[in-house]
Design a protein around this ligand. Structure first.
Ligand code: F6P
Length: 532
């Protein structure tokens, strides 16, 4: 059956049944069918409105995933619109992978060895700044050249034993100004991370950093390193090739934390722990490649996503890590999911017959509970929630905090599931109100419940677990993209805005704006008036 016909059939049955998730939970086989295990992860999707027969039909919709997956892992040019292989998995792999008849793995391992050597030199004080041992590292990059390492460096803070790492991404000078405050240029290493080395935000920040450093040291470029596929451009910028770590065009920006773009993470936690990070991802790769679809965690996440978005029509999904150090995970997943699957055209160039990727958003729990959970519990549009929590934190003396964290995570999914009826709400306030006022007050305290969620649990947030977690989501995005028939590895939708920003540059300097639409002209005129 065609994917979209399958979706329509599932939608029709789900609408007719209008199931209560609590009723589905009575089914004895449900826990076994809708709970998946991979290495250190257990994924529970029992609190969704997927019934047993739905699950069997959803799995049939994933039938094309294995062939496409195998094509990806073996170096086929599955990024057809850019005519590229998709091999971020090779960055953490061990087995040979051929692209155009050449094994890419010796190059991958050579680059990893260079990263390791440089990270060791920085961490061991053998690579110094012009004022001595490197105390601070600033990664300048944006999108995939920022979000991955920034997210991972924060996530793995308990494992840091290298110099402090900072991240500058926004072309807003505030980002550079705030981040560079208090840094000593003579003991700072600047890493310019840009796959293309053409990204205007990154180059602007890199030049500002070079000027800043040039105010204090005689040879600023000597304290710069670059991570890029564009050797010629890094050379033009003045960075010595010995400090340029390259990668190939088969690594997409948002999938690039596993190689040179992860250098700041490697410097922060050390090469051995970086190896653990890669190993965690490799184990998830192996699971994705070998587990049957019905027990395959990335496929299960993908089908939960397809069910909630394409079948039930819920427009967004919230990622809610009950793990404060995963604070940047929602932003990271926004790029991974929305830049990959936020598409309207199929691989063949036709309009997608339904909706593709959902809006992804989120914040760590418990903070979100005191901010936007009101809407999640009582707003009219259900928001599928993806909870995640570790069994243990890293704060040995603060385990009572962690117990509360776990209790809150489980409480939220339970509250979303069960809700609170009018009668129950009335009972909670019957001692304070009577008559019509009791009914009115009770109405505000009703929770419809029946709100879907999934929960991912793991023992503790270690480098290995983080590697597995990111790989899990990468493969989930891939599997969803295969089912939707789209190319998850291009991002043409970012181009138009870049082109227009280039054309608007001179207008902000006062050039004739008459070619612009009336709205843009008016906004520009007011901004220019205020700029004086
Ligand atoms: O504009 C989008 C994008 O191309 C992302 O896909 C990418 O991660 C980011 O810009 C940064 O690109 P680069 O690493 O080439 O500077």
């Amino acid at each position: 059956m065609d994917f979209w016909q399958g979706i329509e059939a599932l939608k029709a049955r789900w609408t007719a049944r209008a199931p209560r998730i609590t009723d589905l939970l009575g089914d004895g086989d449900r826990n076994a069918a809708l709970t998946g295990v991979a290495g250190s992860f257990v994924f529970d999707m029992t609190k969704t409105s997927i019934a047993a027969d739905d699950w069997a039909e959803l799995l049939a919709l994933a039938a094309d995933v294995p062939a496409r997956r195998d094509a990806m892992f073996t170096g086929a040019r599955i990024n057809e619109t850019e005519d590229r292989a998709v091999l971020h998995t090779a960055l953490r792999g061990t087995d040979p992978v051929m692209v155009d008849g050449v094994d890419v793995m010796p190059g991958v391992h050579d680059t990893l060895a260079r990263m390791r050597a440089f990270a060791d030199e920085v961490r061991g004080g053998r690579f110094t700044g012009q004022g001595g041992t490197i105390t601070d590292v600033v990664n300048i990059g944006i999108g995939g050249s920022d979000l991955g390492p920034a997210m991972a460096v924060l996530a793995l803070a308990p494992f840091h034993d290298g110099p402090r790492c900072h991240f500058v991404s926004n072309v807003d000078g505030a980002d550079w100004a705030e981040t560079s405050k208090g840094l000593d240029p003579a003991t700072t290493l600047v890493i310019v991370a840009s796959k293309t080395f053409t990204t205007i935000e990154t180059l602007t920040n890199a030049k500002t950093a070079r000027d800043w450093m040039g105010g204090s040291v005689s040879d600023p470029a000597a304290q710069f390193a670059a991570l890029s596929t564009a050797d010629d451009k890094t050379r033009d910028f003045g960075i010595d090739p010995s400090r340029v770590l390259g990668f190939e065009d088969w690594v997409g920006g948002r999938y690039s934390v596993w190689g040179p773009i992860g250098l700041s993470l490697m410097i922060a936690i050390g090469p051995d722990r970086f190896d653990d990070f890669l190993r965690g991802a490799r184990e998830m790769d192996s699971h994705f490649r070998t587990a049957p679809l019905a027990e395959n965690l990335p496929v299960m996440l993908a089908l939960a996503g397809i069910w909630n978005h394409q079948v039930c029509g819920y427009p967004t999904r919230a990622v809610l890590p009950y793990d404060n150090r995963l604070a940047r995970l929602p932003a990271y997943l926004q790029q991974l999911e929305m830049e990959s699957n936020g598409k309207g055209v199929t691989m063949a160039g036709d309009a997608v017959a339904g909706v593709a990727g959902p809006v992804v958003w989120g914040e760590p729990g418990t903070n979100g509970q005191h901010a936007f959970y009101q809407l999640i519990h009582q707003g009219k549009v259900p928001v599928p929630c993806e909870f995640m929590v570790a069994a243990r934190g890293h704060e040995a003396g603060l385990d009572h905090h962690h117990r509360l964290l776990i209790a809150n995570c489980l409480a939220q999914s339970e509250a979303l599931l069960k809700g609170r009826s009018h009668a129950e709400a009335r009972a909670t306030i019957a001692d304070r109100f009577t008559g019509a006022e009791l009914e009115r007050q009770a109405a505000h305290r009703v929770f419809e419940g029946n709100r879907p969620s999934t929960t991912l649990i793991y023992p503790q947030l270690t480098p290995e677990v983080l590697g597995g977690l990111i790989a899990l989501y990468e493969h989930r995005v891939f599997a969803e993209g295969v089912m939707l028939g789209i190319n998850s590895f291009d991002q043409w939708g970012v181009e138009l805005g870049k082109e227009l920003a280039t054309s608007l540059g001179p207008l902000v300097d006062g050039a004739d704006a008459s070619g612009k639409d009336a709205s843009t002209q008016a906004l520009l005129a007011q901004l220019l008036a205020w700029r004086g």
